[in-house]
Design a protein around this ligand. Structure first.
Ligand code: ADP
Ligand code: MG
Length: 343
């Protein structure tokens, strides 16, 4: 979905001209950037008191995103969010990103400018700065790789290991929305392909469409946990789905989990769309990915500090049954949770 209608081919630029065009109005403010975009490499001055946290992601067109319904601006924004969400999941603060792209000749300068608008918007919102990247051509489609660099005090980082039996399992926000937003847009795409005169009908579903197209990373929650003086015992971000992330925490912390079905936070639009698709809302909450919420465990002693927070829900607790993750239904039945990871 290219919003801008004029079309300037990339061949008329060359790599150097293109990078210049995309980055010439961008300037960094962080004094720790000794050298940003424009040289052979960036130079940073690390904070000597802090540890550095580094993560990287790769996104491939038609595998990880579909431009039939994803505006390039949103794609740029989401690419940054997905990446820095991993830094927050370590209880760290992202500071810098690099952005590498490989693109085919179907992309115009205007399309790339849209994409960079989204990148810069996310940088602004999350207070991270673009310090470099690489640009290449590709025989087909668009491939995006982002690396983020963050920092954390040596006593503050949180990994997937560290949860102990009886810790409380918490999740932020609500679940399943991004997955159902994706299902909805896939359906509207099929309708459009069958009959191009049909306009997509997304009315009334702005929340779940937004969850899919413009997700946010939980910077606010990391800041809140610091304010409340809570250091989670383990943490992960939900990119593949609650069930799959739960398995990671269980495996790496050597614990099990019991979660209560009725505690799973699900928005009303998600519930409505699930019923329209004849899907079980609990399965969507468990297996739908890309919500970019945080899943973490806390010591029971910290419960008082979070219990009235609307954005954090305690959904269960850790057990000493290593790797056994169970869902407890409202009637008290227990089911083993399988990590399905719907595509
Ligand atoms: P080299 O040939 O040494 O890799 P490049 O010409 O690729 O150098 O890059 C020149 C500068 O532009 C570097 O600072 C690099 O980090 C930056 N850069 C290259 N591609 C991008 C991009 N897609 N987005 C942001 N910065 C980029
Ligand atoms: Mg290069």
């Amino acid at each position: 979905m290219f919003e801008n209608s004029s079309k300037t081919t990339l061949e008329s630029f060359g790599e150097f001209g293109l990078i210049k065009k995309l980055t010439e109005n961008y300037s960094t403010k962080n004094p720790d950037i000794i050298k940003g975009i424009g040289d052979d490499a960036a130079i940073l001055k690390p904070d000597s008191e802090k540890l550095q946290v580094i993560t990287t992601d790769l996104m491939v067109e038609n595998i990880n995103f579909d431009l039939a319904y994803t505006p390039l601006k949103h794609l740029g924004y989401k690419a940054v969010v997905a990446n820095i969400s991993d830094i927050y999941a370590m209880n760290a603060i992202p500071k810098f990103i690099t952005l590498s792209i490989a693109l085919s000749s179907k992309y115009t300068l205007e399309a790339l400018e849209e994409f960079y608008t989204g990148i810069y918007l996310a940088c602004e919102k999350y207070d991270v700065e673009l310090i470099g990247g690489d640009t290449n051509t590709s025989p087909q489609g668009l491939t995006i790789s982002i690396t983020a660099i963050g920092e954390v005090s040596p006593d503050k980082y949180v990994t997937r290991a560290g949860c102990k039996p009886n810790d409380l399992l918490c999740v932020t926000g609500d679940l399943g929305g991004a997955y159902l937003g994706h299902q909805l847009m896939e359906r509207e795409k099929r309708v459009f392909l069958a009959n191009p005169d049909m306009q997509p009908d997304l009315e009334g579903y702005d929340y779940i469409v937004g969850r899919q197209l413009k997700p946010e990373a939980r910077k606010d929650v990391i800041e809140l946990l610091a304010e409340l003086n809570i250091k989670p015992t383990s943490m992960i971000d939900i990119s593949d789905g609650l069930a799959s992330e739960l398995k990671h925490l269980a495996l790496q912390s050597n614990v099990g989990f019991s979660i209560y079905e009725e505690k799973l936070p699900v928005d009303t639009q998600t519930l409505e769309m699930a019923s329209e698709f004849n899907l079980d809302a609990t399965m969507c909450a468990l297996n739908g990915g890309e919500d970019f919420e945080l899943l973490f465990t806390i010591d029971q002693a910290d419960f008082e500090k979070i219990k009235s927070n609307m954005d954090i829900t305690v959904i269960g607790f850790a057990t000493n049954h290593a790797n056994v993750c169970q869902l407890i239904t409202p009637s008290g039945s227990q089911f083993d949770i399988k990590a399905q990871g719907w595509g």
